[in-house]
Every structure is written in structure tokens, then in C-alpha cells.
Design a protein. Sequence first.
Length: 312
Amino acid sequence: MNLNQLKYVMAVHEHRHFGRAAEHCDVTQATLSAMIKKLEEELGLVLFDRDKQPTVITEAGLQVVKIAKDMLAKQQELLDLSKNTSTNLKGTFKLGIIPTVANALLPLILPSLLEQHPELELTIAEITTEEIIHRLKEDRIDLGILATPLEEEELEENILYYETMMVYGVSDPKKKFIAPKDVQDEKVWLLEEGNCFRNQSMTICDIQEKSNYPNKLHFEGSSFDTLLNLSDHFGGITLVPELYYNLMSESKQERTRMFKAPYPVREISAVYYRPFAKKNSIDLLSEHIKKLITPRLISTTLPKKDLSIIGI
């Protein structure tokens, strides 16, 4: 038995297809199949039902996958020992990030991150909160950046920053701050269902699942740009996070207001799976983000007692 065989088993379980698993592992399908067959013979177990398409793992196979995941995590810990005292990020690092954070955060952190850590090979996927959690547990990514707190006992959370939630679509120049009750009866443009920012917006505005749109229009948005443009054209308001506000044009910033205290904020964290193998790299990346982002946020100048963290 060797670790490559365990990697092949996990790949087939993930892809549910021997050919795609072989491509993922960068070996021929014949090699992968032969190595798994040899492992099955050594263990005296059948790990996959090869007669079904897509390939189905057996109960014994699930037990092997569970053990293999722990063994491969320990292997990664050993490989990372040489990096644990380093102040440089190096090697391959897989990151998942939700879209409502990625659009403003990545342009701020990537240039200096790649310049300061030339030995780092970074793979980034812009995916949903649900998919980040799934991939963390499947060991397909090393870290997720998303809104927290989560109700996931197996996941660890490093809080990166708090950013204030802001209201766009305010036309009255004399109105400097907004109270949540001020927008309860407004038409509110929201992101698509399932998006955690949508849930946070509804919580702040205390609105229910109902149509806020013009007659015969049903809309599910996926970007802040679209929501702002719809607000401009049809009226109504939408909510944006502080980092995105910093990217907006001056004319749009003039139509944006902060809420009154207590200030609603969303908590953004680096989330990783326990047990973990790349703790040092996770801590280094977290500190890099904090150092760059903290000075850019209004929330860092506000009293902690005046911040109200909005759940997801």
C-alpha cells in the first residue's frame, strides 16, 4: 500500500469516474485502475462498483476514503514542517472566496501578495458559501474567505475585518445617516436567493420575502453593479459593503449613506477545516489581508460597542 493509491481512491470518489480521476491525478487511466485494483486485492475489499455510471463507491470504500483523508492530511503536515518557521508563503495554496467579497478584496491584496511571496502558487475559486464549506471538508481547498459566523463546529474561523453595510439610493443630500426603520417601506433591490448578503440585507432592513420590484418584473441579481443601476433607473435602494463603496464613482458615493449607530457590519473571516495542514500559511495570509485592509475601513475607527454584527 502507498499514499498514491489512496490519492487515486479519493480522486475516483470525488469525480465518480475513473477517466476524469486519472486526468486529475495526471496519470493514465490504466495506471490508476491498476493501482486501485492492487489496493483492493491487498485489503480484500471492493471499493467501487464499476458496473454503474457514474462510478459508485461501496460502504467499504467510504471507510477507506475517511481513513485516507486523515493519512494524506498528516502527510501534508510533514511536507509543511519545513515551512512552519518561514515568513514567506510558498508552494500551492487553494483559496475559495464568495463573490461579494472577491470583487473588492482581491484587487487590493493580490498585487502585493504575489510580489512579496514569489514562491507562492495561488489558485482561487469564486464560489458560494455552501460550496466553500463543501470543498473545505472534501480537502479540495485550503482556505475560504467568506462572511461569518458560521454554525460549523468542524471549521476554524480567523476574523479578518468588519466592514460597515451602507445604503445606496439616497437622494436627499441633507440626510447624513439612515436608520433601519427608514428603509422598511422602501423598494429594496436584492441579490439572488441563497446569497448570504441578501439575507443580511433583509435582516437589516427588516423586510420579508416579497416582491419589491415593478409589476411583471422578477429579478435575481448576482452583482452590486446591476443593483445600483436598477436603483438609478427604477428608484428604490440597495445595500453595499464598505470595500465595494470605496470602488464606486464619486457620483454614486454621493448617493450612499451609513446607517446610524449601532452600525450594522458584516464579519469577514478566513475559514479552514480542522484538522488542518497549512496553519502557518493560513496565519501568514490572514495577517497580510488584515494589514492591507484594516486602514481602509471606517469600522476600525468606530467603538466596538457600536458595531452590530449581522448574521448570515
